[in-house]
Design a protein around this ligand. Sequence first.
Ligand code: NDP
Length: 453
Amino acid sequence: MKEFTKEVLDMAKAKDPGETEFHQAVEEVADSIALVYERHPEYRTAKVFERIMEPERVIMFRVPWMDDQGEIHINRGFRIEMNSAIGPYKGGLRFHPSVNLGILKFLAFEQVFKNSLTSLPMGGGKGGSDFDPKGKSDNEVMRFCQSFMSELFRHIGHNTDVPAGDIGVGGREIGFLFGFYKKLKNEFTGVLTGKGLNWGGSLIRPEATGYGAVYIAAEMLATRGETFEGKTCLVSGSGNVAQYTTEKLLDLGGKVVTLSDSNGHIYDPEGISREKLEFVLELKNVKRGRIKEYVEKYRSATYTPMDPGADFNPLWDHKAQCAFPSATQNEINKKDAQNLLNNGVYCVSEGANMPTSNDGVKLFIEKGILYAPGKAANAGGVAVSGLEMTQNSMRLPWTRQEVDDRLRMIMKNIHKTCVETAERFNTPGNYVNGANIGGFLKVANAMLDQGLV
Ligand code: NDP
């Protein structure tokens, strides 16, 4: 570990000892920023990285709501307004029982660099609640969203802070949140992204994160003169990102053989066809069922339940060339990373945020595989959210083709920034340094321009 990394990590641990995911994110980025500081000590003197580590504002609030049986529940709501140097705070809302301040701080911190990489004018933020939408009725989800928004509305706005979806927050939740914001403020503005198409949403927004993760992987493969044609791919998760990653891989000739949820994973050696993917979309987005139902319908597949005591995830232990972790943080540990390499995987594109532990990342980099970290690979989602904001401001929707072309161009540019920046800092092929430094410089320069605020 570099001396600078140790210094800031010790500081983060002393201030907030329990925030392990935040420490992990800081450590990963600090190692890259140390390379910048060697050449540009002026950033170090100005303590720019230390300033980025500290949220500009943290909002934490009570969210009381009543279930269908009349029982009262109390959840905790959060919004981390991390950095607004290059634009309004922007980042998703996560509803999941594991949500806490440390997880949201890591996500908000990552978001600052990611949003900068898109080249759109967006600062970084993240929020959510420890509410679990799983197993709740639509009415219960609506009452929760209304209670959540009854506090959040004071802090957000289309020029201030523009939340979107993340784990547990999809089209249904964004609808309930937007409806209540509009009622409270009596105004129709683009205060949230991921909206429905009839009320200000952008075409391609639901698809954007998954498509983007595949577009950047295609760029990486192209550096070796390869395409997805005939390649076997492992995808984890079965939510928004996993679904559209699978769809785009099918478009480009790849074969997807796995999907998962928090209970286990399916392995279909025949590949997930378009028809099978349609079944998954219906199962997950409409019926809100579990991925194991896939094997009841398709006999070619097997289901392996998650073993909470195991020290590895069997999803990453299948033969393949490409992997798209698209579920959650730390779903690939060092052993999983080694299993991926042993099974022939040499292209990893992270649809999820920080899905690989830091020792797993080190292994990928040591072995010189094509590895795009989440802040580059999954930036397509927030990029199209940025395009949704533009369309809302113009009050003019773009066609599917226009948005997809822009998304593809943004992902191509992110790839280029990563490659060129990594080379400039003498670590060619290291997309982690490329993404961290590329994202950092724009924010750091804006912060220096704007003085000590
Ligand atoms: P969804 O809620 O649509 O899907 C999440 C999927 O991951 C589900 O299959 C879920 O299973 C699984 N999952 C969630 N938590 C765990 C866990 N602790 N262990 C195992 N599986 C888990 O979320 P998204 O697809 O939107 O998000 C997936 C990842 O992508 C997250 O890391 C998110 O931050 C990241 N991301 C999302 C963006 C977006 O635009 N939506 C943008 C950029 C990044 P189950 O149903 O059992 O909970």
